[in-house]
Design a protein around this ligand. Structure first.
Ligand code: AMP
Length: 203
């Protein structure tokens, strides 16, 4: 079982790349942000708890997100592996994930999509009002960036040389190419075997 963990700041393009990788590899894309936003839209108990926290750009509790991830990765479609996008967000989550993954005997592949802060700010200004995310008000984005820097950036030290660093600059295709090249598992899976057409034997 392969657990691919994508790290990166808000606005780094991590979600887009995660979706694309998931599609190419035929693995489920697990985004805690997407699951939480759906819960908010559905007005579930989870959604009610998460709504204001998300709108402020803060983190939902570790216990809640771990519960979401554990439940999701126990589903049958995750048997070959899965792509985690937005989890872990801090060291406590990374430790909890490590325990879950070692119980499952999963191999961790960790990639960080690196984008400089000035570029992130420019990107989020461009995104505002296009996909309508409520947590992308300028203020909430600044808060998300702060939370990323204080809570999530230290994950790079936590994972150390187990992380591959990818530049998130350039086109989506450029970034995807780098990502696949950096993940040996992904690169191997993405090589499509050539179809061999058997010749008809005529007598
Ligand atoms: P994302 O779509 O990954 O940017 O997540 C949107 C929001 O959902 C975040 O700003 C947090 O409020 C919440 N969230 C998503 N993933 C996590 C997580 N792993 N831990 C805590 N909060 C999270």
């Amino acid at each position: 079982m392969n657990a691919i963990i994508l790290l990166g700041a808000p606005g780094s393009g991590k979600g887009t790349q995660a979706m694309r990788l998931a599609e190419s590899l035929g693995l489920p894309h697990i985004s805690t942000g997407v699951i939480l936003r759906q819960a908010v839209a559905d007005g579930t108990e989870l959604g009610k708890v998460a709504r204001d926290i998300m709108a402020a750009g803060s983190l939902v509790s570790d216990e809640i997100v771990l519960g979401i991830v554990e439940e999701r990765i126990a589903a049958p479609d995750c048997g070959r592996g899965f792509i985690l996008d937005g989890y872990p967000r801090n060291q406590a989550q990374a430790r909890a994930l490590g325990e879950v993954l070692s119980t499952l005997g999963a191999t961790e592949w960790i990639a960080n999509i690196d984008v400089p802060p000035e570029e992130l700010t420019a990107r989020v200004r461009g995104r505002r009002g296009t996909d309508g995310r409520q947590d992308d008000s300028e203020e909430a984005f600044r808060r998300r960036l702060e939370v990323y820097e204080s809570e999530s950036l230290p994950l790079l030290d936590y994972y150390g040389n187990r992380t591959v660093n990818i530049s998130g600059l350039g086109s989506r295709d450029d970034v995807f190419g780098r990502l696949c090249a950096a993940l040996p598992f992904a690169a191997a899976q993405l090589v499509t075997p050539k179809l061999v057409t058997p010749k008809l034997v005529t007598q």
